[in-house]
Design a protein around this ligand. Structure first.
Ligand code: B12
Length: 256
């Protein structure tokens, strides 16, 4: 283990943020810079795969995936055959959607999920009418916190707008502007929080509304939190297990 041959996350691999003590933000910027061209590079790679495979074979394999999905039989042979001839995950997913349809998220449940929202909000209230957009980006499907925040913000007197899952950051910025919100509460439990928040700020600036207040939280490393708050100059970023009363006080004091 000491030689690093057997890796244990948290022990001799990715040992946590202490490891980064003293690191400046250059490392974070380096990481996020790689994301800038990621989409283009991935599209180029996909293009190459598509040029080199047989489209007729792929079309046949996808029809078979769709048929197998609709029939209720074991789908593994059809899926493996499709993957072997380089059908993409997107194409296979579309074939499955063709058979099953796709999940439509119901309106967000403004629920405390066992949390006593009344007690958390007790004595706290926005001083003026405020509109807040609650959002997530990419494939993050952790909705539990969103339900809690929707409930909490309404209890604090805000009008809450929620645009559903699987949105791009550009869409989030556009909706924030269209709905003329006072603040965006962005939640990032999977994906790169630095990337999400940086792009959100860049998009709002590009659209001429850099004044819209951004705050939020999620699975964010302490040095990323420092970067977002001190370098990107957005509002506070809350890490998991921050008492909700502390979050509520901050929102009331800084948004309305
Ligand atoms: C519950 C849970 C799930 C549930 C989600 C149910 C649901 N509908 O929400 C299920 C089981 C479905 C799930 C699935 C997955 N999960 Co999960 N999940 C969790 C768990 C245990 C708790 C999340 C939660 O609800 N917390 C309670 C809420 C209230 O807290 P919160 O949202 O974090 O909010 C706090 C702060 O983050 C901040 N905050 C967050 N958002 C916002 C927004 C605003 C406006 C503000 C002001 C503040 C704020 O303020 C709050 C202060 O307390 C976490 C671990 C953890 N302890 O966080 C893992 C965790 C987030 N999951 C994780 C993973 C990896 C997954 C999966 C990818 C697993 C898999 N391989 O399939 C999938 C992804 C599914 C998807 N498409 O997103 C990882 C993420 C790792 C990472 N980012 O590096 C975690 C950290 C577990 C772990 N330790 O590995 N998960």
């Amino acid at each position: 283990m000491e030689a690093g041959e057997r890796k244990i996350v948290g022990v001799n691999s990715h040992p946590g943020d202490d490891y980064f003590e003293g690191a400046d933000f250059a490392e974070i910027l380096e990481e996020t810079k790689a994301w800038d061209t990621f989409e283009e590079r991935q599209i180029a790679r996909l293009g190459q795969v598509k040029r080199e495979r047989s489209s007729a074979d792929v079309a046949r394999a996808l029809l078979e995936v769709r048929r197998a999905a609709g029939s209720g039989e074991n789908m593994m042979p059809a899926l493996i055959a499709a993957v072997k001839i380089y059908a993409t995950v997107g194409e296979i997913t579309k074939a499955l959607q063709g058979a099953w349809g796709s999940y439509r998220e119901p309106e967000i449940q403004a629920t405390g999920a066992g949390v006593d929202i009344g007690q958390i909000a007790n004595g706290l209230h926005f001083r003026r009418p405020v509109r807040i957009l609650i959002a997530k980006g990419g494939f993050d499907g952790h909705t539990r916190g969103l339900g809690i925040f929707t409930h909490l913000l309404r209890e604090l007197g805000a009008e809450v707008i929620y645009m559903g899952l699987h949105r791009s950051v550009t869409e989030v910025a556009q909706v924030a502007i269209d709905e003329d919100v006072d603040a965006i509460g962005f939640s990032a439990l999977i994906g790169s929080p630095v990337r999400f928040f940086t792009k959100l700020k860049t998009e709002l600036t590009r659209m001429g509304r850099s004044d819209i207040f951004i705050t939020g939280g999620g699975i964010v490393r302490p040095r990323e939190k420092k970067f977002l708050e001190e370098e990107l100059h957005i509002g506070r970023i809350f890490l998991p297990d921050t008492p909700l009363r502390e979050v509520a006080k901050y929102l009331v004091e800084n948004i309305g």
